[in-house]
Ligand binder design. Structure first.
Ligand SMILES: [Zn+2]
Ligand SMILES: [Zn+2]
Length: 349
């Protein structure tokens, strides 16, 4: 890419940004971020081009291999077979559900009829005992429905699902667990204004030294002690996914349910950095299953749109005390900010 077209692209993205964010005052910081973003985008495009070419060549080689061809056919056959089986299973489930519903309906009609007749006998008004007012009926329905629907694998692994209540699969919402999820609690400048496109966080090894990581470290050393006031934190994970159900999520696992409950009572609906903290209990059976394994190496093909957790690497905990001391010494203005924030917190409730 020559300099002239780079300059042109630069002007275009600046105009686009100004158009989209009319209320934000354009400054040098934003300018620098936009330029960085453009550079990364161009680098990414270049890398993608090279990768595609490589994949194309490998594909050509493979397609000529008879063993490979046999394998593809076998795979396709298995897939089709599986689809047919699943379809069969669905049909069966649907049929049995319809039958059961039919039976329940008949049963209910019978009961209603009996009841009405009985009421007639006793000369009582029929309204007071109508079956639609029976609270147990709805509970029963709900339970049977959840048995039939398969479990949502995203929800059961990460405690959240992009479809939330609208999901067609079952979400087994836990009562109280030892793990709290503070929804969308972490944010930074780029996340706030949508300057953080798909792959940006994953690309390059400079990440750990970047401003973004410094920002996360500040958050980590500020927030972890807050959670530790209520007990021993055994896992602390902050997401940088871009999907709204995962964006900035903070997962805090305590040793016991009791500690998590205490933290929930104290922190839910309090304010942090001007935003309300919304906590919920989640059940994470395995962190390895919840966290995207490929993200660690920057190799996840879905990038930050992945539905498994892409998390920041936690900085060393041992240095928390040191970090706190040094921030007390050097960042006077910042600590004043924090105490101000704490006061605000206390005034809430
Ligand atoms: Zn779901
Ligand atoms: Zn991923």
């Amino acid at each position: 890419m020559d300099n002239e077209s780079f300059q042109k692209m630069k002007l275009i993205i600046i105009e686009e940004f100004k158009d989209e964010h009319k209320t934000i005052k354009f400054n040098h910081k934003i300018y620098r971020l936009l330029i960085k973003k453009l550079r990364r985008k161009l680098k990414r495009q270049q890398l993608a081009k090279e990768r595609d070419e490589k994949i194309r060549l490998e594909e050509l080689q493979r397609q000529n291999d008879p063993l490979y061809q046999a394998w593809i056919i076998q795979k396709e056959k298995t897939r089709l077979q599986k689809e047919i089986e699943e379809e069969e299973e669905n049909k069966k489930a649907r049929k049995s559900r319809e039958q059961r519903e039919q039976m329940e309906l008949q049963q209910q009609q019978k009961l209603t009829k009996e009841r009405v007749e009985k009421q007639k006998e006793l000369l009582l008004p029929a309204k007071t005992n109508s079956p639609s007012h029976n609270p147990f009926a709805t509970v029963q329905d709900r339970i049977t429905a959840s048995i039939e629907r398969p479990v949502c694998s995203f929800y059961s692994k990460t405690g959240v699902c992009r479809y939330d209540e609208r999901c067609h699969r079952t979400h087994n919402r836990p009562d109280i667990t030892n793990t709290l999820l503070a929804v969308n609690m972490y944010s930074n400048f780029e996340m706030q204004y949508g300057l953080d496109n798909e792959y940006d966080f994953d690309i390059g090894l400079e990440f750990e030294e970047s401003e973004r990581y410094e920002n996360f470290k500040d958050f980590f050393y500020d927030v972890l002690p807050e959670f530790e006031r209520f007990g021993r934190v055994i896992m602390f994970k902050v997401c940088y996914n871009s999907g709204i159900h995962l964006r900035g999520n903070v997962y805090v696992q305590y040793k016991t349910d009791y500690e998590a409950m205490q933290a929930y009572k104290a922190l839910n609906t309090r304010y942090y950095a001007g935003r309300m903290v919304q906590c919920q209990f989640v059940n994470i059976p395995s962190w390895t299953a919840a966290i995207c394994g490929l993200s660690e190496f920057g190799k996840c093909p879905k990038g930050r749109r992945c539905h498994y957790l892409h998390v920041f690497r936690n900085p060393p905990v041992k240095s928390i005390e040191k970090e706190k001391k040094s921030s007390r010494k050097h960042k006077r203005s910042k600590s004043r900010d924090r105490s101000h924030r704490k006061k605000k917190k206390k005034s809430h409730h």
